[in-house]
Ligand binder design. Structure first.
Ligand code: UDB
Ligand code: ZN
Length: 184
């Protein structure tokens, strides 16, 4: 199983690389990696297991964070209506997005960042994302609110982008007109 020691931190230059497209169909090795990433998220959200192994409760994990420079990530969260977003996505691409922005009022963190970084991370409020699931089937998702934020955060990791790259360093809490605050 994936443990915190397997998750690379921001001092590792691999997190700044652009990850490679994954050939389809997936190899068994890639399938195993994606399943392990999804298992990390599940384990980390289980109070007993996360306590036992010292896991940070994660809602998303991108392959580069375990030093696998491939364009794939896992997401596991529930929205406010109890709708589940359990996805393992390969070669994801945002095919359209709103002009409107949104941001988490509590800011963001990252499993690869062991320090608090304050400030608003402005993201597209709504996205349509396309990719492939573990079986190579095409997946197309329309997302808003927290799920849209999480998918964009994970997609950024495939491009070597960290959440704090988006924070205005002179004015970390500035909000552009019309941006939607998301509480959680
Ligand atoms: C996270 N977790 O997993 F809204 F029950 C963060 C960490 C860094 C704090 C562990 C998180 O936001 N958990 C959460 C959120 C809720 C409700 C809840 C638990 N990530 C994933 C990550 O680092 N992926 O690379 C950071 C998130 C910040 C915004 C989107 C992803
Ligand atoms: Zn992250």
């Amino acid at each position: 199983m994936i443990l915190m020691k397997d998750i690379i931190r921001e001092d590792n230059p691999a997190l700044r690389e652009v990850a490679k497209e994954v050939p389809l169909p997936l190899t068994q090795e890639d399938i195993d990696i994606l399943n392990k990433m999804q298992e990390y998220l599940k384990n980390s959200q289980d109070p007993e297991i996360s306590e036992k192994y010292g896991l940070r409760a994660g809602v998303g994990l991108a392959a580069p964070q375990i030093n696998v420079l491939k364009r794939m990530f896992a997401v596991r969260l529930e929205d406010d209506n109890g709708k589940k977003y359990h996805y393992s996505l390969v070669n994801p691409k945002i095919i359209s997005h709103s002009v409107e922005k949104s941001y988490l009022t509590s800011g963001e963190g990252c499993l690869s960042v062991d320090r608090p970084v304050v400030g608003y991370v402005l993201r597209h409020a709504r996205i349509t994302i396309k990719g492939y699931d573990i079986n190579g089937n095409e997946i197309k998702l329309r997302l808003k609110d927290l799920p849209a934020i999480v998918f964009q955060h994970e997609l950024d990791h495939l491009n070597g982008v960290m959440f704090y790259d988006h924070i205005d360093e002179n004015n970390p809490f500035s909000v552009p007109e019309g941006a939607i605050p998301i509480e959680r």
